[in-house]
Ligand binder design. Structure first.
Ligand SMILES: *Cc1c(COP(=O)(O)O)cnc(C)c1O
Length: 466
C-alpha cells in the first residue's frame, strides 16, 4: 500500500509509456487522470474520466467509444505536411496526393471529417466496393482529389465508376485481377466514357507482421509481370494505352520495418519506369497502405510498433522514387499513398468498465496443520524465515519446492489439500520477495517475472467485434 501512495502522475506516464504511443494526443494530467488533447499538446485538454462520468450521468452505459474528429484532422494534416516537407527537401518535381481507404472506417463522421479537412490538400478517397464508391461520390472533394476504385469489381461497380468519371470526378479504376480488364474495356465502350485505369502490381517484396500475406508473390490481388505486358498489349490494340494513369501496389498493413517499405518503393518505382518505357502514360505512383502505428511506443519492428516515423516514411518514398526516375530520365510521378490506420488509429478510445478483479493467492493467513508432508512443512519454514538478507535464496528454494510438490502430486504422493497449502505459501513467499525486491537491488528479469505473476487481472465485458 505504501508503494501505491507514492505513485505519481509521472510514474503513471512512465508505467504506461503514454508519451511514447500517444503522438501528443493523450497525457497523464497533474492529478493523475488520463487527458486527451485533440489538437495536440498546446491545445485544450479534457479529462477522459470526467467525460465518462458525464456520459454516465446522462445514463449512457459502458462500454462506450469516444471519437475525436480533431485528431483525425490533425493526423491528416501531419501526413500531408510530412510529404510537403519531404518534396521540398529533395526538390521532387511533382506532388503528393493522399487517399483515405474507406474500408478502414466507414463511419459517416470519419469519412466526412477527412473529406472536409483534406480539401486544401486535394486529399481523396478509396473505395473497395460499390457501396463505398456511392458514399464517396456524394462527398464534396477537391476537384483534383483522386477517387480510387479497388476491390472486386462487377459490371455495376465499373458502371458507377465510369459515371463518376463522366461527372468530372477524378476516378481511377484499379484493376486487381486480369479478368477485370476485358470488363472495363467493354463497359467503357458501351458508355463511351474514357476510363482512367490503374494497375495493381503484385510486389515480390512482402511486408512484415500480421498482414504480410497481402504482399509477395502469393498475394491474392495484383498483376504478375506477364499479365502487365499482356494488359499493355491489349489496351494498345484497343487504342486505349493512354488510359493507364496509375500504378498501384499494397504491401500489407502495419509494416513495422522501414527497410521493407524502401524495398517495395524501389520495386514499384522501377515498374513505373518500365511501364512508361512501354508507352503507358502513368502519372500516379500509388504505394498503398502499410504506414504503421506505434501502438506500444517501443519504436521497434515488433508487430505492435514501427521502427520509423511519419517523417522518415515520407522522405523515403519521395527520395527513392526520385532516385529511380532520375536514373531513367522519367518524370517524377504524383505520389499517392492509402494510409488508413495511421490516419484513424488515434481518434477513437474504447472505454470499458472493470467488472471484476482476479487476484493471485497468497494474501490470506495460512494455518500450519499438525500433520503435513515434509516438503509442505519446509514451505512453512521458508515463509516464516524470509528476510531482507535471504529473500532471493528463499524464493529460489520455494520455486524448486513448488516443482517438487507438483511432481509428487502427479505420482499420487501428496494430497490435494497439501498441494493447495503449498501453492498458497509459494504465492505468499513471492509477494514478500517482490516487496523486498522493490526496495533492494534485484535482477531485472526475475523482478519482471514476479510482477507479472503477481499482477491483478482485470475482467471487462466487451466485444472487439463490435
Ligand atoms: C486495407 C488497405 C489499405 C489501408 O492500409 P493501412 O495499413 O491501414 O494504411 C490501403 N490500401 C489497400 C489496397 C488496402 O486493402
Amino acid at each position: 500500500m505504501e508503494k501505491l501512495k507514492r505513485f505519481t502522475a509521472k510514474d503513471a506516464e512512465e508505467t504506461y509509456l503514454v508519451p511514447h504511443w500517444a503522438a501528443g494526443f493523450f497525457r497523464v494530467g497533474e492529478d493523475g487522470e488520463l487527458e486527451v488533447t485533440p489538437e495536440g499538446p498546446e491545445g485544450p485538454s479534457a479529462s477522459l474520466f470526467e467525460i465518462v462520468q458525464d456520459l454516465r450521468d446522462e445514463g449512457r452505459p459502458l462500454p462506450v467509444m469516444l471519437r475525436f474528429p480533431q485528431i483525425l484532422q490533425a493526423r491528416l494534416v501531419a501526413l500531408n505536411e510530412a510529404f510537403r516537407r519531404a518534396i521540398k527537401k529533395y526538390h521532387y518535381q511533382s506532388e503528393y496526393r493522399g487517399l483515405y481507404p474507406v474500408k478502414v472506417n466507414q463511419r459517416r463522421m470519419v469519412v466526412e471529417t477527412l473529406a472536409k479537412a483534406g480539401k486544401p490538400y486535394a486529399y481523396g478517397l478509396e473505395a473497395g466496393s460499390k457501396a463505398e464508391l456511392a458514399l464517396i461520390l456524394a462527398q464534396d472533394l477537391h476537384k483534383e482529389a483522386l477517387i480510387a476504385c479497388n476491390g472486386f469489381k462487377d459490371d455495376d461497380f465499373i458502371r458507377l465508376a465510369l459515371m463518376g468519371k463522366k461527372l468530372g470526378k477524378n476516378v481511377v479504376i484499379t484493376l486487381e485481377k486480369f479478368a477485370e480488364l476485358e470488363r472495363v474495356i467493354r463497359i467503357a465502350q458501351e458508355l463511351s466514357v474514357e476510363p482512367q485505369i490503374g494497375i495493381r502490381y503484385k510486389l515480390k517484396t512482402r511486408g512484415t507482421g500480421q498482414w504480410e500475406e497481402s504482399g509477395g508473390e502469393s498475394a491474392k490481388f495484383g498483376f504478375t509481370t506477364p499479365e502487365i505486358i499482356r494488359a499493355v498489349d491489349i489496351l494498345a490494340e484497343a487504342g486505349m494505352l493512354g488510359t493507364i494513369a496509375m500504378l498501384h501496389s499494397h504491401i500489407g498493413s502495419q509494416v513495422t520495418d522501414i527497410r521493407r517499405i524502401k524495398q517495395a518503393v524501389r520495386e514499384i518505382a522501377q515498374t513505373y519506369v518500365q511501364l512508361r518505357k512501354l508507352g503507358a502514360p502513368v502519372r500516379y505512383l500509388n504505394l498503398g497502405g502499410g504506414l504503421a502505428v506505434d501502438y506500444d511506443g517501443s519504436k521497434t519492428a515488433f508487430y505492435a510498433s514501427a521502427n520509423y516515423s511519419l517523417e522518415e516514411y515520407a522522405e523515403d518514398l519521395v527520395y527513392v522514387s526520385k532516385e529511380v526516375c532520375d536514373g531513367h530520365g522519367e518524370p517524377h510521378p504524383i505520389l499517392v499513398t492509402e494510409s488508413g490506420r495511421a490516419v484513424t488509429a488515434y481518434h477513437s478510445v474504447l472505454v470499458l468498465e472493470v467488472i471484476d478483479t482476479i487476484r493471485p493467492p497468497g494474501e490470506e493467513k495460512i494455518e500450519q496443520p499438525r500433520d503435513t508432508h515434509p516438503v509442505v512443512k519446509d514451505m512453512f519454514d521458508l515463509a516464516r524465515g524470509i528476510s531482507a538478507k535471504n529473500y532471493r535464496e528463499v524464493y529460489h528454494d520455494a520455486f524448486a519446492n513448488k516443482d517438487t510438490i507438483l511432481n509428487l502430486y502427479d505420482l499420487g504422493l501428496i494430497s490435494l489439500r497439501d498441494r493447495a497449502t503449498a501453492e498458497a505459501l509459494f504465492y505468499q513467499i513471492a509477494r514478500k520477495t517482490l516487496r523486498f525486491a522493490l526496495e533492494f537491488d534485484y535482477p531485472a528479469d526475475e523482478l519482471e517475472d514476479l510482477q507479472k505473476m503477481l499482477a491483478d487481472k482485470l475482467v471487462c465485458n466487451f466485444s472487439l467485434f463490435q
